[in-house]
Design a protein around this ligand. Structure first.
Ligand code: PEP
Length: 247
């Protein structure tokens, strides 16, 4: 299975630079002989522009979040059905910035992931420990709990992707060691099998300060199914450098 590389633009890019970035990547993909599996997750209002900019290319588009209800009175939220209607194929749910900025709970993340599955989107469910939890030796307890309580019921390896993102590695330039990444990905695979029957074929992405200079060694780890990339997904050069690092 090819590695999945997902660009999380967060609250970055305006219409012009976002479109140029997406066009630049779509062009690279078209010119490359190497098959790549990549998705761009722009801010929601940019989705139609990015879908248009990547049309007829192998670049997928995803949301950064979705609401757990189909439609309704939820000011400022975006439904999974609108994401699908606009041409998205994926959506991130439970990113640590949503968990911390908006107090999202595991139960809400699970409901969001189920709403995504309901309309045919692949749910990229984020899990990961804070630095304090890691220092206290609680990383596995935290991640195990997030897996048990945030993954959707009824998901399969084709519809659910887990992104392991240690919170302390996001945007900091710090990453766990390769052995640590390998060990925690193995742990996550075991837990997802135990709690949801998701085992072989489940893609588990690593996220947190992935850049062209460290992508090759991280993506070479057997249990790492790809990367969720924030800062380094904002230029064609850096993001393409990561994509080209796929074994
Ligand atoms: C992220 O927030 O999903 C992320 C991985 O960010 P960065 O790559 O900037 O650490």
């Amino acid at each position: 299975m090819s590695k999945l590389i997902v660009g999380n633009w967060k609250m970055n890019c305006l219409a012009e630079d976002g479109t140029a970035l997406a066009r630049g990547l779509a062009e690279k993909v078209k010119q490359s002989s190497k098959p790549s599996d990549l998705a761009l997750c722009p801010p929601a209002p940019l989705i139609p522009l990015i879908v248009e900019a990547t049309k007829n290319s192998a670049v997928s588009v995803g949301g950064q979040d979705c609401h757990w209800e189909g439609l309704g009175a939820h000011t400022g939220d975006v439904s999974a059905s609108l994401l699908a209607d606009l041409g998205c194929t994926h959506t991130i749910v439970g990113h640590s910035e949503r968990r911390s900025d908006h107090g999202e709970t595991d139960a809400q993340v699970k409901a969001k992931a189920e709403a995504a599955l309901e309309v045919g989107l692949v749910a990229i469910v984020c899990v990961g420990e804070t630095e304090a939890q890691r220092d206290a030796g609680d990383a596995e307890i935290v991640i195990g709990g997030q897996i048990a309580c945030s993954l959707p019921t009824g998901g399969t390896p084709d519809t659910v992707v887990i992104a392991y993102e240690p919170v302390w590695a996001i945007g900091t330039g710090r990453t766990p060691s390769l052995n640590e990444i390998s060990a925690i990905h193995g742990f996550i695979r075991g837990k997802a099998l135990e709690s949801h029957g998701l085992g072989d074929g489940l893609q588990i992405l690593y996220g947190g300060s992935v850049k062209p200079s460290n992508a090759a060694e991280i993506l070479a780890i057997g249990d790492v199914g790809g990367a969720l990339v924030g800062g380094a997904s904002l230029t064609v050069e850096d993001f393409w450098g990561i994509i080209e690092s796929c074994p």
